[in-house]
Design a protein around this ligand. Structure first.
Ligand code: SF4
Length: 330
């Protein structure tokens, strides 16, 4: 354990806080790609660039793109007739959205993460094979709305909990498949899947895990740090599913105090009064600058001893849409 020092700086008690920084943390390849799409569209075509839904769930990112000329809308009917690009967010959209954009002759740039598109393709493949589909996910999340919207209403049944898995009554238990949201808790999902497989042994599973590499890796990093930390901070947005899951994972891994903060100004310092070791993680849509801001806030309050705890290396990069590749190459 590091030495713990107490000194008096400017009449204020100061002491050394050990910070365990989770790695991987923050931006994943899908978020990075989505932000680059909006930035490159602004650079190539000039403002405005319309974006349906928050491009990624992070206010800092959204606000900084707004200052560059991006206009965020909830639905396409808020967009006037225009030649400007219209970007769909990383979470993916229901089939009806590009159909509507086609009808209105919008220049579409799809920032849906390729790993979400993979789940959409699985759903369509199951539908072609006449399988009933169970989607494990959270109601109201835009990714779930986008995935369910790939097929006709009623084709996909949402399973949110083990209770839902116990209660669902498929038409034909031998012609059933499941898919999942990409940003779920790995452990909770395993429990739901086990429940479903126990009831429906012939159910088709995704060929490869639908929960994405970034979600899995960030949860593993939190699991490594949480048992060693007196408290944890997860940098992320309240509407970011993968960030919310990191808070739950920290709590379950033995860290009693886990706070989700969007920025350093949100930190509840009363929790850290007696804390010696702090874990810091960041959801897949949280930029590193906000992690640095949080570390800086601890440094302003006293000496810090920073250590990175790395549980995986990431080198995933996704291609940009063809229309933007040339602009990116310049
Ligand atoms: S969290 Fe996963 S699915 Fe979501 S954008 Fe990132 S890589 Fe894609």
């Amino acid at each position: 354990m590091p030495e713990h020092r107490t000194s008096d700086v400017g009449g204020r008690e100061s002491r050394s806080t050990k910070i365990l920084l989770c790695s991987p943390r923050g931006f994943c390849a899908g978020v990075d790609r989505a932000i680059r799409i909006v930035e490159l569209a602004l650079k190539t075509y000039g403002p405005p660039v319309y974006v349906r839904h928050e491009i990624v769930h992070n206010r800092y990112v959204v606000d900084s793109l707004k200052t560059k000329g991006a206009i965020f809308v909830k639905e396409l009917d808020e967009i006037p007739e225009t030649d400007a690009p219209v970007v769909f967010s990383a979470h993916g959209v229901a089939r009806s959205v590009p159909e509507e954009a086609d009808r209105r002759n919008f220049f579409q740039l799809d920032a849906t993460c390729p790993l979400v598109t993979k789940v959409h393709k699985e759903a369509k493949l199951h539908a072609r094979r006449d399988r009933e589909i169970l989607l494990i996910g959270h109601a109201g999340h835009p990714e779930v709305a986008g995935t369910m919207g790939q097929l006709e209403p009623g084709a996909i049944t949402l399973i949110e909990t083990v209770e839902d898995a116990l209660a669902v009554t498929p038409r034909d238990p031998d012609n059933l498949a499941f898919i999942t949201q990409t940003t779920l808790s790995v452990d909770d999902t395993a429990e739901i899947v086990d429940t479903l497989k126990g009831r429906f042994p012939n159910m088709s599973a995704p060929p490869k895990e639908d929960i994405c590499y970034a979600t899995t890796n960030r949860q593993e990093a939190v699991k490594a740090v949480a048992p060693q930390a007196d408290a944890m901070i997860v940098v992320g947005a309240p509407n970011s599913s993968n960030s919310q899951r990191l808070v739950e994972v920290a709590q379950r891994a033995g860290c009693a105090h886990a706070q989700l903060v969007q920025r350093a100004g949100d930190i509840d310092w009363s929790v850290f009064a007696d804390v010696r070791t702090v874990g810091i993680a960041a959801g897949a849509s949280a930029p590193e600058v906000l992690v640095e801001e949080v570390i800086g806030a601890f440094a302003e309050r006293g000496e810090i001893d920073l250590e990175t705890v790395s549980t995986a290396d990431e080198d995933v990069i996704f291609n940009l849409p063809r229309a933007l590749r040339e602009a990116a190459a310049e």
